[in-house]
Design a protein around this ligand. Structure first.
Ligand SMILES: [Zn+2]
Length: 242
């Protein structure tokens, strides 16, 4: 009798501690590069690990090599994940099934792009259309005043506006303001300071899929800044539909 109640208590304790994990969503972090490789990628990975532990809302898996990419992004394998993060990927990644990846996203999964995710797949238009913009150029690292467009979105809620950030600042082509929901932007050219519109983070829908992209996060100290932590966590949770 006593043994049985101990066993019951243990079973209860195990199921209670398993609760957050059971509801946590799996996120695949892709950091394969075929062009420039950012040395800050490992900082982005550490940050995502911290955010996973802090939020208990998702767990992480990684695709760091071509082999892992082939294995974990095969159509069947993708079904295990709620979302994918492209952490400063560059160039033409050897995805096992490119169309299958976009179809998976369109069925209601999440995509998070960090910084060079828009410097990826320049020759594959459906990807550029999915992410909503294409890296065109950057000048020397500089301080910009980032403005928040949507103060209610989880990725930008509570952020200072303007928020002065020293980073490498991307300019985009293949971008149309009508095709995305802008979260953050600059109202001046990053180098010349001439008035203009320069998007820094946005979301969009890819059919039923949720796409979040932030251009910031070249530098390690930007990825480590408290505001960036909140920004990325909000973006990830939103992409996961939480
Ligand atoms: Zn960069």
């Amino acid at each position: 009798m006593r043994l049985r109640s101990v066993a019951l208590l243990l079973a209860l304790a195990v199921s209670a501690s398993a609760q957050p994990r059971a509801s946590a969503k799996r996120l695949l972090v892709v950091s394969v590069t075929k062009g420039f490789r950012h040395k800050s990628i490992y900082v982005a990975e550490r940050l995502l690990e911290d955010l996973a532990l802090q939020s208990k809302a998702f767990t992480l898996d990684y695709a760091r090599t071509d082999e892992e990419l082939a294995q974990k992004m095969a159509p069947k394998a993708l079904e295990k994940y709620a979302g994918v993060v492209f952490a400063s990927t560059t160039g033409d990644l050897p995805l096992p099934d490119k169309d299958g990846f976009l179809a998976w996203l369109g069925r209601g999964h999440g995509f998070v792009g960090i910084h060079a995710a828009t410097d990826t797949f320049h020759g594959w238009r459906p990807y550029i259309e999915m992410i909503g913009g294409e890296f065109e150029r950057h000048g020397p690292q500089t301080t910009v005043s980032v403005l928040v467009e949507d103060k209610d979105h989880p990725a930008t809620k509570g952020l200072a506006s303007p928020n002065d950030v020293y980073d490498e600042i991307y300019e985009f082509k293949s971008f149309s303001r009508e095709r995305v929901h802008v979260l953050m932007y600059l109202d001046k050219h990053p180098q010349t300071k001439a008035p203009g519109f320069y998007p820094m983070a946005w979301t969009r829908a890819h059919e039923k899929g949720r796409v979040f992209y932030t251009a910031l996060g070249h530098r390690e100290d930007v990825l480590q800044a408290p505001w960036y932590r909140e920004h990325l966590l909000g973006g990830v949770l939103w992409a996961l539909g939480r």
